[in-house]
Write a protein that binds this ligand. Structure first.
Ligand code: SF4
Ligand code: SF4
Length: 350
């Protein structure tokens, strides 16, 4: 499968995606901004910058059906060492405590290890969003579990389901078997055990046009099945709602599910999720160094405010820490049900 970008698909154009998202407003779907206003939360403001989420590129060894990055082997955009240096300088100068490295498959960026080694001595908490199969994709990645361990990185690994058929349907033939093998390698160096401090979290996202189930309940199922069938341990499961953008938007439109999915998100709007929206304490950096409120806004090319100083080398904590966040219709994906963020559900279950 090719990325939308390589197919020259209409939806590879972010303006087209925003047009589609606007089509249902206001007759059938209220504007997200109005929804926030109704709940006294407009404008939505950042509360600070606790996490710098660095997207080091769109290159990936997989081409998953629902990818919000439109990543794949045919993408060539990767962050340069120079841009990484700007990120390191900002983290150091502004004492940002957490750095979350994402992609694509971030490990495919030739400077990935350089970035980690530059950040590690600063004492920041490092997270990596790993697709698991990259560990087995080539001999040069086989030592990644040891590398993550050396830098005490928290590993957040995608595994859309605990059975092969559903995972492979979404991510490609053979992905589940390789993911299990990679999880074993992570377990072997100590990841996923409660007493090692080496955090290994899995990420579930729905295979179709529905909202995720209860995180706590699904975590129990994952833990039981993965342990009993494969002897795999992990710490927590994060359930994440699919955002109606990029390849998932294409899927919704192609299957005639777009409008009903948007209505489901709106009906499940949960005002309790607003205070925990990840854009409030996170700033996202793209492969070319531009700043966004979150990885989703980045993929829709919705720039952070103020727009005139939106590159990492122009970073100004005073302007960005309490900025007004740019919201759009896709934001309903973050406030549906128990809420959704890169760290899973926002609102705890009773
Ligand atoms: S592994 Fe992640 S980044 Fe790569 S195609 Fe799949 S969802 Fe996208
Ligand atoms: S998509 Fe979610 S995280 Fe991003 S700006 Fe909207 S509400 Fe915030």
């Amino acid at each position: 499968m090719k990325s939308l970008h390589a197919q020259h698909h209409l939806l590879a154009d972010t303006c087209r995606q925003l047009e589609v998202l606007d089509q249902l407003v206001p007759d059938r779907i209220p504007a997200f901004q109005d929804k926030l206003r109704d709940h006294g939360q407009w404008p939505l403001r950042a509360t600070g910058i606790e996490i710098l989420q660095i997207n080091v590129g769109k290159m990936c060894n997989q081409t998953c059906k629902h990818c919000h990055v439109d990543a794949g082997p045919d993408r060539r955009e990767v962050m340069t060492r120079e841009t990484m240096q700007y990120c390191v300088d900002v983290v150091k100068a502004h004492h940002i405590p957490i750095v979350d490295i994402t992609g694509g498959a971030p490990e495919m960026n030739p400077h990935f290890r350089w970035l980690v080694e530059a950040l590690s001595p600063l004492g920041v908490h490092l997270m990596v969003r790993c697709n698991l199969t990259i560990i087995l994709a080539n001999k040069r990645y086989h030592d990644l579990p040891e590398f993550y361990k050396t830098h005490r990185m928290e590993v957040i690994a995608s595994l859309p389901f605990y059975a092969a058929d559903r995972t492979d349907r979404q991510r490609g033939e053979g992905v589940f078997a390789h993911s299990i093998e990679a999880l074993r390698m992570l377990n072997e160096v100590g990841y996923g055990y409660p007493d090692t401090g080496l955090q290994l979290h899995l990420v579930y996202n729905p295979a179709g046009a529905f909202l995720p189930p209860s995180q706590a309940q699904l975590q129990q199922e994952y833990q039981q099945v993965l342990w009993e069938r494969y002897g795999i341990r992990f710490n927590q499961l994060f359930v994440i709602t699919n955002m109606p953008i990029s390849r998932y938007l294409e899927y919704l439109l192609a299957t005639g599910n777009y409008e009903t999915y948007m209505q489901k998100l709106v009906q499940a709007f949960n005002p309790a999720a607003i205070s925990g929206l990840m854009c409030r304490n996170t700033l996202s950096v793209s492969w070319d160094g531009y700043l966004y409120d979150c990885d989703f806004n980045q993929m829709l090319d919705i720039p952070v405010q103020p727009e005139e100083r939106r590159h990492i080398h122009q970073f100004r904590a005073d302007l960005l820490s309490h900025r007004a966040i740019r919201v759009h219709q896709h934001c309903y994906g973050c406030t549906a049900g128990a809420g959704s963020s890169c760290g899973g559900q926002i609102v705890s279950e009773a």
